[in-house]
Design a protein around this ligand. Structure first.
Ligand SMILES: Cc1cc2nc3c(=O)[nH]c(=O)nc-3n(C[C@H](O)[C@H](O)[C@H](O)COP(=O)(O)O)c2cc1C
Length: 199
């Protein structure tokens, strides 16, 4: 039997990324924790709240870096989860106890690496970092669907098998599953188009 249910948000299980953006007016770097992100070919699509600092930064700065988190850093992420880089905090966030944070790198204990092809910084603690420029923004009611063109992919050598293949037995992405942090450490099998390395 299946029951039809109603839910305001539906986080059935997607990977967590730390989106870094730069405010071109102050030169300050910001981290936005996101899970509404997917990649197809050379395009990344993300869903962002309109009142997020990360969203306002990328509308003027036109660049963003997506640092894909692994399971080891979930506590650092949770440390910055109830903060915003936006000084004017919207009512719904105040009610949920969000506070302004001018430096989420310091609060979470994250290490910055300078961007290679874009001005937004990379996060050393994330094994996969994807630099992008913004190509399209579609505003919905309270969020935006943002399309980004991939300019560069940087992968920690620790999870690489060779110059272009990931050793998948060393990569455990952080998964947000109904607001619980989780990971994927059990292989069930591989797809017929599998192209990486696996012992
Ligand atoms: C695991 C996790 C996933 C999240 N996913 C998203 C998301 O996909 N899009 C979004 O706009 N906010 C998402 N949020 C909420 C933002 O991180 C939150 O609104 C934050 O205050 C935004 O920071 P900023 O205002 O400094 O950009 C997520 C939060 C967590 C903890």
């Amino acid at each position: 039997m299946f029951k039809k249910i109603e839910k305001e948000s539906f986080y059935y299980g997607s990977s967590v990324a730390l989106m870094t953006t730069k405010d071109p007016n102050t030169n300050k770097d910001n981290i936005t924790v996101i899970s509404s992100i997917w990649t197809l070919g050379k395009t990344i699509v993300v869903g962002l709240g309109l009142e997020n600092k990360g969203f306002s930064n990328l509308t003027i700065g036109s660049e963003a870096t997506f640092n894909i988190a692994d399971s080891t850093i979930w506590k650092k992420i949770e440390r910055i989860a109830r903060t915003t880089g936006e000084k004017t905090i919207p009512e719904y966030k105040t009610r949920e106890g969000y506070t302004y944070c001018s430096d989420k790198f310091k609060l979470g204990g994250f290490t910055k690496i300078l961007g290679a092809d874009v001005s937004s910084v990379r996060i050393k603690d994330c094994p996969i970092q994807i630099e992008t420029t913004i190509t399209e923004i579609n505003i919905k009611e309270s969020f935006a669907i943002v399309e980004c063109a991939i300019k560069g992919i940087f992968v920690d050598e620790k999870i690489l098998y060779d110059d272009s293949h990931i050793d998948v037995s060393k990569w455990f992405p952080l998964i947000y599953k109904f607001r619980e942090y989780s990971s994927t450490n059990k292989s069930l099998g591989i797809n017929f188009r599998f192209q990486e390395f696996k012992k």
